[in-house]
Design a protein around this ligand. Structure first.
Ligand code: HEM
Length: 756
């Protein structure tokens, strides 16, 4: 298993999370294999494979120049690169461009994805390719070249003659030739959709298989680059390439097993042609355990850190329903044992071969003792516990410098120059020397018809502010061009210490000063009710409940169950279960941003802003002593001692609602069916855990789209127009937006659509 974190982390997600929770949509365009961009007579998967080949094909391995380096994006106008396929492939890929995923690595991954989608071999994917910043040499093979030119061109790329035959056959197993671009190979008006496939004249099904070699060897091929007018026109390049060694290699490839195995080898060879200065990583493997967005945040007044995130567990080998618990066991910053953190399952995802389940955690940690690393304990049903220690190193948590997300923000509104204000606030341990800086990686649209934006780095020095507990705050404010501002990422650095790969899209759109209570704004400001509760406590539990930490009031005893939690977040207070008191649970929930807290079964602490509809007031059962103070009651078996902060009541969450209009001039159209096979909106896309309607509206508006849609709580899609889509009942778009529980953001495969 790879050691986490690593440079592959973003690509690993894109590669393996193709459906379900936290899915990336990379495979959507090539499943099924026949899928066309928008018109009949094109096949996405074939175009992706051809694009990777054309990008690599100008490599000069004798002199260590070129290779898979995305220089093709600057070479699209050349006659050796005719057809619309290259541009549409780059438009697709650029949506995944980041500082951790270069276009050339994405080209390699797109070739892998296309081959997999069409039933081909698993090509190992290494990463670390560096994108060219300008066009490179010419030299893609074109059909009219003499046979010996092909041999010389492939030798320049690093392929011997039989590898040339293999690579060409492996490339020409899906897709075909377009009459519009190659009328001397396919006469106009002769092929269905003006598109003659290499090995399937009926165009029934595109498959990555040995058919192209088999049919050639059997003498019944319909490959337009072997038979037909191409021969008379000197453009029968497949026929001449396959025959160059008297059919020895192509005959071997007529065997399906040989075809599969050799394609795996030569396709990897193709994407691994890189200049000697590029050092490729080991092939990407799925992590067994992967921390997802782990984040430390200092909480006012500075005595605690909140630690939140998710643990992704690969469930291919250990079925999710056999996992009884996933726990983090952490060390303090001095290396001593710190405590353990409980998790709850929040979702599942899958890929071509793998499945994963995500477990959410929310803990509060003493800021002085802090945290340095953790291990993950997965308890499985047969009673065994697997301990994952990240190859002996533990999963590191950098606490020297941390992003303070609640105090940071990307303002939604643009100034007259079309810029947005970005404020980044970090907390640095005062005792660690140095001044933090922000390494901002922003994307800038290019001019001149180039579709891939430019990735630019800027290093922004931060200015010191106030100190709180063991931390000192630093901040920087900058302007960022509004277009693509939600796709920027940044690291907060302090020498070698780094809090990395933060997305601007996950920042709030307004900065909140440290210590000001955002959470109270969620609670109904009902001072009269609050005082009446204090004056005449409603239940007998209040007599046994000692005074609460300030601002908290008892809401009585509530039912709970393991299958439907009354409060959604399981919290791990500093000091752990053994130290649990009601006040400790309350302060933990408050530090995590919640206004309801509940203790249960002597040592458990739950938080939330609303209760579930299954939680009901209970007349008895909250009678178990708290582990941390025998004089207090901390719930009972399936019973929560519930408390509210700032007048918060035990209310069920309102059903999230669509809005009639959204900033930017968008109007609600309704709830529509969407699917990965037929995206209603496919112009641009943003995945964002903190999604709001406003954020999606501005993302699509900046990108120049008139339609936006939100789906699955965290996906934002843009489009030029709302085509023929199926409208369904409002109740099917009832998932809360990640960044605002009152707003509806579609559902799985359901899109809440807004048009301006
Ligand atoms: C002698 C070498 C080669 C020549 C002369 C050649 C030429 C061509 C031509 C003329 C087309 C038709 C393109 C269109 O009409 O859109 C084509 C399609 C294609 N080529 Fe090649 N090719 C060669 C090698 C390769 C290699 C090595 C690969 C990849 C491993 C590859 C992958 C593809 C794919 C996937 C298509 C189908 C594209 C589609 O259906 O849109 N080719 N090739």
């Amino acid at each position: 298993d790879q050691t986490w974190p690593s440079s592959i982390d973003e690509l690993e997600d894109i590669m393996f999370l193709t459906a379900g929770y936290r899915k990336r949509t990379f495979t959507d365009s090539v499943i099924p294999c026949e899928k066309s961009p928008n018109t009949a007579g094109r096949i996405n998967a074939a175009e992706w494979i051809r694009t990777a080949f054309h990008d690599m094909a100008t490599a000069d391995t004798y002199n260590g120049i070129g290779g898979l380096d995305a220089s093709l994006q600057f070479e699209i106008g050349r006659s050796e690169n005719v057809g619309p396929a290259f541009e549409t492939t780059f438009i697709f890929l650029q949506a995944f461009l980041s500082v951790r995923s270069s276009i050339s690595d994405l080209l390699a991954l797109s070739m892998y994805t296309a081959v997999r989608a069409c039933g081909g071999p698993i090509v190992p994917i290494r990463t670390g390719r560096i994108d060219a910043t300008e066009s490179g040499a010419t030299g893609v093979p074109v059909p009219e070249n003499p046979t010996q030119t092909f041999v010389a061109q492939f030798a320049r790329m690093g392929f011997n003659t039989s590898e040339m035959i293999e690579l060409t056959a492996c490339g020409h197993t899906i897709g075909g030739v377009h009459a519009a671009q190659f009328p001397l190979i396919v006469p106009v008006g002769t092929a269905k959709n003006e598109y003659a496939l290499f090995d399937d004249a009926t165009q029934a099904q595109s498959k990555f298989d040995h058919g192209v070699a088999r049919d050639y060897v059997l003498g019944n091929t319909t490959n337009p680059m072997v038979v037909g007018i191409a021969k008379a026109n000197g453009r029968d390049s497949d026929g001449r390439v396959f025959g160059v060694d008297k059919n020895v290699t192509i005959k071997a490839l007529a065997n399906p097993v040989v075809f599969h195995d050799r394609c795996k080898v030569v396709l990897q060879q193709m994407i691994d042609v890189v200049p000697p200065t590029v050092k490729l990583t080991e092939p990407i493997q799925p992590y067994e355990i992967k921390p997802v967005n782990p984040q430390l945040t200092l909480v006012a007044p500075g005595t605690t850190l909140s630690f939140t995130g998710e643990i992704r567990v690969r469930t291919t080998v250990r079925a999710a329903d056999k996992i009884s618990s996933v726990k983090l066991v952490y060390k303090n910053r001095d290396g001593e044992a710190g405590g353990s953190i409980t998790t709850t399952s929040v979702g599942a995802a899958s890929g071509f071969d793998d499945s994963f389940t995500f477990y959410k955690f929310a803990a509060s940690i003493d800021s002085t003792k802090s945290i340095s690393s953790f291990t993950v304990e997965v308890a499985v049903a047969d009673g065994t516990t697997e301990t994952h220690d990240n190859n002996g190193k533990g999963y590191p948590v950098e606490d020297s410098v941390i992003l303070q997300s609640p105090q940071s923000c990307l303002e939604i509104f643009t100034d007259t120059d079309n810029n947005r204000v970005l404020t980044i606030v970090a907390a640095k341990r005062t005792a660690v020397t140095g001044t933090p800086a922000v390494d901002l990686a922003s994307l800038k649209a290019r001019t001149g018809g180039l579709v891939v934006p430019m990735l630019t780095h800027s290093s922004l020095p931060m200015t010191a502010g106030k100190s709180y507990g063991p931390y000192t705050f630093y901040s920087v404010t900058t302007k960022i061009g509004s277009t693509l501002s939600l796709r920027a990422t940044f690291d907060v650095t302090l020498g070698t210490a780094k809090d990395v790969f933060k997305r601007t899209s996950n920042l709030p759109d307004g900065c909140v000063p440290f210590g000001s209570d955002t959470s109270t704004s969620m609670a109904p400001p009902t001072t009269t009710q609050q005082s009446s509760t204090t004056v005449s406590p409603p239940t007998s539990t209040s007599t046994t409940t000692p005074p609460q930490s300030s601002g908290w009031a008892s809401l009585g005893c509530y039912t709970d169950s393991t299958s439907s939690r009354t409060l959604p977040v399981i919290a791990s207070p500093a000091g752990g279960s053994a130290a649990l008191t009601n006040a400790l649970c309350q302060s933990t929930c408050k530090s995590l941003g919640y206004v309801l807290a509940g203790t249960e079964y002597s040592g458990e602490c739950y938080c939330g802003n609303y209760i579930s509809s299954t939680g009901k007031p209970a007349t008895s059962g909250c009678d178990m002593a708290c582990h941390g103070d025998a004089a207090q009651k901390c719930g009972g078996s399936d019973r929560l001692s519930l408390f509210g902060f700032g007048g918060a009541k035990a209310a069920v969450a309102p059903v999230p609602q669509s809005k009639k209009t959204v900033e930017g001039g968008y109007k609600y159209q309704g709830c529509y069916v969407d699917s990965r096979d037929a995206r209603v909106l496919s112009g641009a896309e943003l995945a964002d855990d903190a999604l709001t309607l406003k954020k999606c509206a501005f993302f699509c508006k900046d990108a120049g789209f008139k339609v936006f849609g939100v789906e699955y709580g965290r996906e934002c899609w843009c489009g030029a127009a709302l085509g023929a889509a199926t409208k369904v009942g409002e109740e099917q778009c009832n998932q809360a937006c990640g960044g605002d529980a009152t707003e509806a953001c579609g559902q799985g495969d359901r899109l809440s659509v807004y048009v301006k």
